[in-house]
Structures are given as C-alpha cells and as structure tokens.
Design a protein around this ligand. Structure first.
Ligand SMILES: [Zn+2]
Length: 424
C-alpha cells in the first residue's frame, strides 16, 4: 500500500525530524525520572521505595500507552488515512505528471499542467450508485453528490479535499506534523488517545520532578540541575497536549471536526433524502430520480448540456411525454430523492453526546483506552447514510412536511410496492 505523505517538501522533512526530536525528549525524561528522581533522590537519598515504585509503574505504563497510540496513529495516517479513491481521469493525469517530472519536462504544454476536471455529467458516472443506494446523502442543487475537481471523483458526505496530501479525506480533521499526516476518520481516535496519554505522561513527569525539587528546597540541600529543565519541558508539552485533548473531546461529543468548526454557525447542509417513487417536486423542494436518465432520453436530439433539467425535475413539472418507459422491474430499481436544506448551523450528524462519543471512540471501555480497533464511524456499510444522522434530519423532514414519507420506512415501502407490482 502506498505511503500517503504531504505534497510539500518542507512538511515532509519536518515530519521526519519530529520523531527523532520526540525520541530525544523522551530519552531525557526517562533518564531524569528513573535515574535522578527515583534512583538517586527518592531511593538512595531518602529511602522512599514505595513512592519511587509508584512513580516508575505509572511512568512506564503511560510511556507504553503513549508510544503504542503514537505508532498506531502514524500507521493510520501514512498507510490507511481514509482517502477517497481517485477517478480514472485523475489517475491518468497523475501518472502523466509523474512521468513528466521524471523526464524533467516543465509544465509548458497543456498536457503536463495540473488537471481540474469538471463534474462528470455521465448519468452512469462510476461511483454514483454508492450515493443513491443510501437513503440520505449530501448533494448539490442538481441532486448529485459533491464533486472533487482535483481527485475527479464524487465526494462522500463529510469528505474534504486536502491540499496538503492532494487527496479527499473522509471526515477530515487537520494535518498533524507530529504524527506526520492528515488526521481523519481512521486516525482521529488514535490521535485523541495519543494526546490524552501524552498529557497524563507529562503530568507524571512534572509531578515527580516538581515534588522532588520542592523537597530539596525545603531540606536546603543542593538542587538537582536536571529538575528545572524537565519541569519546563513537561509543563510545555503537558499543557499543549491537554488543550488538544480537551478540544478533541469537545468535538467528539458534538460530532464535529476541525473542518466543520470553521463554518459551524453558518453552514447549511443540502440533503438528498429518499422519498417514495412518484413524489413530485413542490414549491418547497425539487426531486431527483436515480439512476439518472440516459442523455438520449433526456435530450431527445437536443444538445447534451441539457442533462440537468431532467435529472432534477423542475417545480411542478409534468412527466415528459417522450420519456422511454422502463419496465416495471427497472422502475422498481429507481430511487427518488427530495432535495432539502438544514437551517444554518445545524449538524445533521449529531446523534447525541453519548452516541457521538461511541461512534468515534468505540462501544466499550477497552476500545476507548486501547489503540486497536478503528472508530465505528469508519464503517460505511449502512444503507441509511454515510454517517448516522440524528434529530436534525427528523426536524428537516418535519419542516418540509415529509415525516410520513420518510426514509425510515423506505424498505417497508419498497416491499409493499414490490408485492403490489407482482400482483398486477
Ligand atoms: Zn479531492
């Protein structure tokens, strides 16, 4: 599996140097805590074996958890960061760019320039089906999913394009130079575990060194020269990781990311919500039916750029007389979606603090504390939506008077129509 790294050389080098720096700081902290605080001062000088053992156990336990979560987060961001696959055009384009770079060709001809592909208007565009087989997805005004012109592919809900790694990342959070990659849905849990354990680790180092220093001052004995530097280092990293942890935990409980926070008060989400077949556009919303009609069905000899008007039925439009009538079976495979909007600042993925927590950290205590299993929210097998949606979706449906037609009974509705179809 290819390693996903930053596209910027400076960032790549920074992320390679940081682990060496961390190894240096941790080695020094281990020397001070084990050699100076516990061995020289507490055991040899004061004969306090109990406190020394307690500090050592806590220290190495947290060190182990810190290193374990760090390695897990680094593996996740470098090898499996949860990125959206590239579309065929982007794959070709990047191959060509790589080849040109290898041959030293500068970007003066059209072919070697970065390619920004417009939306794929093909009604059978690869990947569309993974959207319309769900009951709700984020869409544009024309009812199609969002499109990434850099990756030349459809963007699943909550995916954003990262210029740092030049790929769309699922539930993208932020670029972290400390772990050397983009924090997203596959790594956020391990990142939070890492910052939590690092904050606790720093607290133990700080507590051990500060209490020993205070005793030395009270005794009037000579001060260990290593205590003050380690106190400064532990306080700095401790405060930094503590604040990171508090912020991240707050986001987890609200089901937000750093990217979501940028527009959290004003963001309006546009949702394609599945409604029964035959639902017509009203003055409040338009509907779109998938699979999208073939271009020849749509245009009937007119130019290709009129694909949209049929894809999104205009308000109150009557069915087009020259539409190719599909078989009943094909008709049953079609899915109609109403295009609805949230109010500004509403977060459709907020499913309540407790469930939000479980969706990222896991459903049991072992998952919360150990860096093995990925977040449950990284599983996208549900046919409801890419990420579970909560009360906001119910509110939106109520506002559009659609609660009865809902996706909630979408499957039941399908079965009823199927039986009806078989009888007739
Ligand atoms: Zn992208």
């Amino acid at each position: 599996m290819p390693i996903i790294e930053s596209t910027r050389a400076v960032t790549r080098w920074t992320t390679r140097i940081i682990p060496l720096f961390l190894v240096g700081v941790i080695s020094y902290a281990t020397y001070v805590v084990v050699g100076r605080v516990c061995s020289s001062y507490l055991i040899n000088k004061r004969s306090e074996l109990g406190p020394a053992i307690a500090i050592l156990v806590l220290y190495f336990l947290l060190l182990l958890l810190m290193i374990g979560t760090y390695i897990r987060a680094v593996i996740a961001v470098l090898v499996d960061p949860g990125i959206v696959p590239l579309g065929p055009v982007a794959i070709e384009q990047r191959k060509r760019e790589k080849e040109n770079r290898r041959q030293g060709i500068q970007g003066h001809d059209l072919e070697s320039r970065p390619y920004y592909g417009g939306v794929d208007l093909d009604p059978d565009s690869p990947g569309l089906e993974q959207f319309y087989t769900k009951d709700v997805f984020i869409c544009e005004n024309n009812g199609r999913p969002k499109w990434c012109s850099h990756c030349y592919n459809w963007k699943p809900d909550r995916a954003h394009h990262s210029t740092e790694i030049d790929r769309c990342v699922l539930r993208m959070d932020h670029y972290c130079p400390w772990v050397g990659g983009m924090i997203g849905e596959n790594s956020f849990k391990f990142f939070v575990q890492f910052t939590s354990y690092t904050a606790c680790y720093c607290a133990v180092v700080l507590g051990a060194a500060a209490s020993s220093l205070r005793k030395e001052i009270n005794e009037g004995s000579s001060l260990d020269p290593h205590f003050i530097p380690i106190i400064v280092l532990a306080a700095f990293f401790g405060l930094f990781t503590f604040l990171m942890t508090v912020t991240s935990v707050r986001y987890i409980f609200a089901n937000m990311t750093n990217v979501d926070m940028l527009s959290s008060r004003t963001k309006v989400h546009q949702l394609a919500v599945r409604v029964p077949r035959g639902t017509e556009s009203t003055d409040k919303f338009t509907v779109v039916t998938y699979p999208l009609p073939k271009l020849e069905e749509v245009t009937n000899g007119r130019s290709n750029d009129t694909a949209r008007p049929r894809a999104v039925e205009s308000r109150g439009a009557s069915p087009q007389p020259n539409r190719v009538s599909p078989s009943t079976r094909d008709d049953l495979a079609t899915r109609t979606f109403a295009i609805l909007r949230t109010e500004p600042g509403e977060n459709p993925w907020d499913i309540g603090a407790w469930k939000n927590w479980q969706s990222v950290m896991g459903t049991n205590v072992l998952d919360w504390i150990l860096p093995f299993r990925r977040s449950p929210c990284a599983n996208h097998e549900s046919h409801d939506s890419f990420y579970p949606m909560g009360k906001v979706l119910a509110d939106v449906l109520a506002r559009y008077n659609l609660n009865d037609l809902a996706i909630n009974n979408g499957v039941g509705l399908e079965m009823k129509e199927l039986r009806k179809g078989n009888r007739s």
